[in-house]
Design a protein around this ligand. Structure first.
Ligand SMILES: [Zn+2]
Length: 189
């Protein structure tokens, strides 16, 4: 059994990353150009591995969070530069491009909120007042089960057969392309 690390999909052969069978299914990770290529049989593996990768990168799909928590989507308090708060932010949750709650460099879980035509990053604690224990859940690992189930698996040989440039989600910046070095090969099965 192998695990696959999401990567850029464009200009690659349409074969399943697990069994190399020709197929056209995709499980998206960062956006519609980045994810895991799967066949019908390995679709669930693709979903599992994308979530495990999100866990490694401290990211949670807002879409998934909303399935568990009834978070406010409009009328969100937005911090102003003078230290006060203004109500009226809207949760950015597009189905076209995956949107995430992610951990920033200060160790805070943040989310993008649209306010007066601008996108602002706000602490998830401001969004929900932590009334639902959301932060504790994020700290425990929203996708920890998926991560635990793949952490000892061998990375598929189809992964990293590229130039090392991958799309990476950078908190506060969005998706950028970065040179990523492959991990050492695992000896476990
Ligand atoms: Zn397959």
């Amino acid at each position: 059994m192998t695990t696959v690390i999401p990567q850029r999909i464009v200009f690659t052969r349409p074969v399943c990353d697990y069994c190399f069978k020709e197929d056209k299914w995709l499980v998206h990770a960062l956006n519609d150009l980045h994810g895991i290529k799967v066949c019908e049989e390995h679709f669930v593996d693709g979903q599992r591995d994308v979530k495990a990768w999100f866990h490694t990168n401290d990211m949670v799909l807002i879409e998934d969070l909303l399935k568990v928590y009834d978070l406010p989507r409009v009328g969100i308090l937005v911090p102003r530069s003078n230290g006060s708060f203004t109500e009226g932010g809207e949760l950015v949750c597009s189905s076209v491009k995956n949107q995430f709650v992610h951990k920033n460099s200060n160790g805070d879980w943040v989310v993008m909120v649209s306010f007066l035509g601008l996108q602002k990053e706000i602490n998830i604690k401001i969004l929900c007042g932590d009334a639902y224990g959301v932060v504790e859940h994020l700290e425990r690992g929203f996708y920890k089960d998926e991560y635990d189930s793949v952490k000892d698996l061998t990375v598929s040989t189809s992964t990293f057969k590229h130039d090392g440039l991958q799309e990476v989600y950078v908190p506060g910046t969005g998706v950028v392309r970065m040179l990523i070095m492959p991990p050492p090969p695992s000896t476990k099965n």
